[in-house]
Design a protein around this ligand. Structure first.
Ligand SMILES: NC(=O)c1ccc[n+]([C@@H]2O[C@H](COP(=O)([O-])OP(=O)(O)OC[C@H]3O[C@@H](n4cnc5c(N)ncnc54)[C@H](O)[C@@H]3O)[C@@H](O)[C@H]2O)c1
Length: 392
């Protein structure tokens, strides 16, 4: 069971500010629920909407001091950085096109950042955030939260310790159906608008989640990519489905299928990993179980909190086995690792090796993946270089 509560510069707990999360928005409330579960940090400031009335109303609803509800993220960065009790980190939950400028504003003021994915619209922007954070000694998390599930961490421990042998084949998908019809009259319209979403809808929105979780678990590095992107719904300006093949360095092969037109599928992110000694299969709609087959023995079901798990899964399990844990706990886990890392750094203590969370470089890796898929798709699905960006 996880116990925590880590001090920040203003006292007993870390303080954070939220950008985005106005009325009717989606993911900010998941960030807040995850952070609340950690008891490591509390909200102290925000800029929740560009609409003044919605901004004020959200601040009041969340119980934020009036003077710390800001009309712009720039004012928030400036003012909070100058306060002795200012926020320790910012949480960025706005549409994709705004991430770069917002993250940059807080980094420049010396504030740690947690930003949602896809990190930026271009790989150069994402790499700039990574480099700036490292140069300033700041911690930057990109909230690829599926990496927080205990059994995903178990899969990582098994794949990376050789329990599967040499990985040969990866088949991973993220299937949804909410874009099977045109939702352009709904709040999610920005995801199909190139100005706000970037060059891709489906690959950027959920293909990046596949790319990240497969890399997180296996450590495999993509060498080449061949992708075919489709836009099945008439009038849609960006992709709503993609068939992506990858060749990894070392010879393994992968197939990724992100789709937002898969009727009957909701948030079906799954991976199957086949190695020379065994295989693993996991689906985030049933995250407390994972199928493991070892060569020559009957397949078994590993359960979160159950027998046979390693240190990482045990560390990040919050409830005893048999009591289902879900998405909020996964978010709590990446935030717990992030907050612990902030606190350890402030105290000059080394980072705990189990405090794993996705970084700005993982975000840059995802942005390049999107661009590579689109480039291959625009050239008729030819194989192109799909390697990760160069680290500064
Ligand atoms: N990690 C995940 O699994 C996951 C899941 C869903 C969404 N996301 C990502 O989170 C981000 C937000 O997605 P969402 O579905 O919550 O969007 P949303 O449209 O529901 O919410 C966005 C919010 O940001 C506010 N906003 C926009 N510009 C702003 C600005 N300049 N200052 C302050 N507030 C501003 C809007 O008013 C709105 O309240 C996207 O980048 C998306 O890709 C990630």
């Amino acid at each position: 069971m996880i116990e925590s509560g880590v001090p920040g510069k203003a006292g007993a707990r870390l303080k954070y500010g939220l950008v985005g999360g106005g009325p009717g928005s989606f993911i900010a409330s998941v960030h807040r629920a995850g952070i609340d579960m950690t008891r490591s940090a509390e909200i102290a400031a925000g800029c929740f909407s560009r609409d003044g009335a919605k901004n004020t109303a959200t601040g009041a609803k969340l119980g934020i001091e009036r003077g710390r509800v800001y009309s712009s993220y720039a004012e928030m960065a400036e003012t909070e950085a100058a306060r002795p009790d200012g926020i320790d980190f910012v949480v960025v939950t706005t549409p994709n096109d705004t991430h770069y400028a917002i993250c940059r504003a807080f980094l420049e003021k010396g504030v740690h950042v947690s930003c949602d994915k896809p990190l930026c619209l271009t790989t150069d922007e994402a790499l700039d955030l990574d480099r700036t954070a490292r140069e300033k000694g700041l911690i930057f998390m990109v909230t690829y939260a599926y990496t927080g599930y205990p059994l995903v961490r178990q899969a990582r421990e098994m794949a990376r310790s050789g329990a599967l042998g040499d990985v040969r084949v990866v088949v991973a998908e993220y299937a949804q159906d909410w874009l099977a019809e045109k939702p352009e009259d709904s709040k999610d319209v920005w995801r199909t608008d190139p100005a706000q979403a970037g060059i891709s809808c489906c690959v950027g929105d959920i293909g990046t989640l596949i790319e990240n979780v497969v890399h997180f678990v296996t450590g495999l590095e993509i060498d080449k990519i061949s992708a075919v992107l489709s836009s099945f719904v008439e009038g849609r300006r960006l992709d709503d489905n993609a068939m992506i093949n990858v060749k990894y360095r070392g010879g393994a092969m992968g197939h990724y299928w992100p789709s937002q037109v898969a009727i009957g599928r909701e948030n079906s992110l799954s991976f199957r990993i086949y190695g020379s000694e065994g295989s693993l299969e996991w689906n985030q709609e049933n995250p407390n179980e994972m199928r493991y087959a070892k060569k020559g023995t009957p397949p078994m079901i590993l359960t979160r909190g159950g027998y046979g798990l390693g240190a990482s899964a045990a560390r990040w399990t919050r409830m005893p086995s048999g009591h289902p844990e879900g998405l909020f706990a996964a978010w709590a886990n990446i935030y717990e690792a992030f907050c612990n890392t902030l606190t350890n750094r402030a105290r000059g203590k080394p980072r705990d090796e189990l405090d794993i969370f996705p970084t700005a470089f993982d975000g840059a890796r995802g942005v390049k993946f999107v661009h590579d898929c689109v480039a291959s798709g625009e050239s008729g699905g030819i194989w192109i270089d799909g390697s990760a960006p160069e680290k500064f």
